[in-house]
Design a protein around this ligand. Structure first.
Ligand code: SAH
Length: 479
């Protein structure tokens, strides 16, 4: 391969999308170019800005022939904001890309055969029920807007541009809730009126850092939480008053106002705790008939409609009749656990974050579930410990060989010790819910190569339209 250097220009076809949404193409000699702003199917002219031995980052100079899937996103800041990476790709193509990605990784990393994948892979479940020619909007139940100051000194709310912490002003994010813009205008009006400064990251000065808005899809309850670089909010009564009196459309109402103090010089948005200024300090929402209390710090899936589709698929794969014992590993606030508990005899949930387990227990209680137990700890420690103890003591034997184990790990996938123990417990079914198809493929390979399991079903679900993220539910059956 020839040595490639900065400022060289090449015409190339983009064939893939990278982890940050950048287009990927290869030169004739196999050299790889990452071109931000380019989409699969585009033929582009790109200039090398940073060259490594086998790949380079290129700047998009010109689109020579646009991909048939290229559209102009309806969002006015689509090209500046770092939030949605592939909103210029029509939704059908987004879905096709995601589906292919899962298949390709199962083939290449997972080592599964084409013929098997033809059999087990279901079509991706997209957002709009039937019509995938429409790009989804307003599907998120949570937005976190950074507050900043523009060059003329005006207070602005918006989003960070890609790879930077410059605030791109937008008081309406098309994937966020329709109430966001009214909330942000109210906060900015209050800040202007009382001369309350926006936080400046570079100087680590100013007060208001972020505004978090969470909305209940089924309940219409709205939470506003201001993240502040300080301990208290001046003139807070005025702010609360104007927020709760907002006449929001679509049946929404602000039921909780909080502040979260974050005085650290960090990229982390929320502080460690929060103070309730108005209301109960949480909103309630439902997933498939189960109610959840969501506090400013709770993890809760951001796309409620698709969450129902994903959990519905997982529940379907678990095939519960009411007699089963089930483990739900990486259970968060117990969303899947409680969903399963509706149809299972006993569910054990394991999660590393203690506050999430507090929420999970509370959620079990609100819904009157008595057949769920939650444990705090790492899945790769809790499960093997439980296994060893139960083997020795002959107690809890039911959970030693459960009917189903559900896992929903973070992007890095399951730890080897966790997979090993699952293989020793040998449940009839393993339901793997994944937010990263690469680690999913790696883990499925381990589980299936043991000879104990076979891949039976795979369904990708599009939880994050316009982004490169892919969620997948899989079913493994014991051989
Ligand atoms: N199933 C939940 C959460 C899935 S996100 C839901 O759908 O709401 C993954 C969860 O795994 C997070 O809550 C994270 O805190 C937790 N987690 C991360 N590493 C873990 C580990 N090693 N053991 C147990 N839980 C872990």
């Amino acid at each position: 391969m020839k040595k490639h250097i900065k400022n060289e220009e090449y015409e190339l076809q983009i064939t893939d999308i990278g982890t940050n949404g950048e287009g990927i193409g290869h030169l004739e000699d196999g050299y790889t170019l990452f071109v931000s702003g380019a989409l699969p199917g585009d033929t582009v002219l790109a200039r090398i800005v940073k060259a490594q031995k086998s790949y380079a980052f290129g700047r998009l100079q010109k689109i020579i022939e646009a991909s048939p899937g290229r559209i102009t996103a309806s969002c006015p800041v689509a090209d500046k904001c770092g939030g949605c990476q592939i909103s210029n790709l029509c939704y059908e193509e987004q879905l096709r890309y995601k589906s292919n990605k899962v298949r390709e990784l199962l083939l290449r990393v997972g080592g599964f055969e084409e013929a098997l994948l033809d059999e087990v892979m279901n079509p991706i479940i997209g957002y709009s029920d039937k019509d995938y020619s429409i790009t989804p909007e307003r599907f998120r139940n949570k937005s976190q807007y950074p507050i900043g100051t523009d060059k003329d000194g005006n207070i602005i709310a918006g989003f960070y541009s890609a790879h930077s912490h410059r605030v791109v002003p937008t008081d309406d994010c098309l994937i966020g809730s329709a109430v966001d813009s009214m909330v942000l205008k109210t906060v900015i009006r209050y800040m202007n009126r009382f001369h309350i400064p926006a936080y400046d990251e570079s100087l680590h000065k100013g007060l208001i850092r972020h505004v978090l808005i969470r909305t209940g899809y089924h309940t219409g309850e709205v939470m506003v939480c201001l993240v502040i670089n300080g301990k208290s909010l001046p003139e807070k009564e005025t702010l609360i008053e104007s927020l709760i009196n907002l006449d929001l459309e679509f049946g929404y109402r602000i039921t909780t106002v909080c502040i979260s103090s974050n005085t650290a010089d960090t990229n982390v948005i929320m502080g460690d705790s929060f103070e309730v200024l108005y209301g109960p300090g949480y909103i309630t929402d439902k997933i498939g008939g189960v109610s959840f209390r969501i506090s400013p710090l709770s993890f809760f899936q951001v796309n409620p409609k698709q969450t129902e589709a994903l959990y519905g698929t997982a529940l379907d794969y678990a095939g519960l009749t009411g007699n089963e014992t089930v483990w739900d590993l990486y259970c968060g606030i117990g969303t899947i656990s409680l969903f399963l508990a509706q149809k299972a005899k006993l569910v054990y949930g394991v999660e590393i974050i203690p506050q999430a387990i507090d929420n999970a227990r509370e959620n079990a209680q609100i819904n009157g579930f008595e057949n769920v137990r939650f444990m705090v700890g790492k899945a790769e420690e809790v499960l093997p410990d439980f296994y060893t103890k139960a083997m020795e003591s002959h107690e809890n034997e039911e959970m030693l060989s459960p009917d189903v184990i559900v896992v929903d790990p973070p992007r890095k996938g399951c730890d080897g010790d966790c997979l090993d123990t699952m293989l020793r417990m040998q449940p009839q079914k393993i339901v793997y819910v994944s937010c990263d198809p690469a680690t999913l493929a790696r883990d499925l390979k381990i589980l299936c190569e043991s000879g104990k399991y076979r891949l039976s079903k795979v369904t990708p679900v599009d939880m994050f339209p316009n982004s490169v993220h892919i969620e997948t539910a899989c079913l493994l059956l014991r051989r």
